[in-house]
Design a protein around this ligand. Structure first.
Ligand code: ZN
Length: 133
């Protein structure tokens, strides 16, 4: 079962520049910056109430986020839902006809297991399942 929104993912060209905006204009404090080699991104986290905002900067031209930026520019990228059982959630989504980007979970930020559903079968939204470590 998907229990809450784990975070909202925003694609940016420059983490440095975007982070400065989130801190100076919006008044957030950066909770940390982390490289996620599996997704070829560097991420920065900000908390807003119970919601986490994740800024993503590609670290490689082959990063899916680099391709997203080329096609669509900066902006909203994905919503991540927390689940206690990512394998069951993936199996359920697949059995219901969703296209999986990751058939098996990969390692995301904070060492958590993550997997993505393709926007083609999610009404245009890139969906991330975010499990435990
Ligand atoms: Zn994410």
């Amino acid at each position: 079962m998907l229990k809450k929104i784990e975070h909202l993912g925003i694609a940016v060209k420059s983490l440095e520049s975007a982070r400065e905006f989130y801190e100076r204009v919006l008044g957030f404090t950066c909770q940390g910056v982390e490289d996620v080699p599996g997704q070829k991104v560097r991420v920065a986290f900000f908390s807003c109430g119970e919601t986490t905002i994740e800024l993503l900067e590609p670290t490689d031209a082959e990063s899916p986020v680099a391709k997203f930026l080329e096609k669509k520019g900066e902006g909203f990228h994905h919503v991540a839902f927390h689940t206690d059982d990512i394998h069951a959630e993936l199996a359920h989504a697949k059995s219901e006809g969703a296209r999986l980007i990751n058939e098996t979970p990969t390692t995301g930020a904070h060492g958590k297991q993550v997997a993505f559903l393709h926007p083609a079968t999610s009404h245009g939204l890139l969906i991330e399942f975010c499990g435990k470590k």
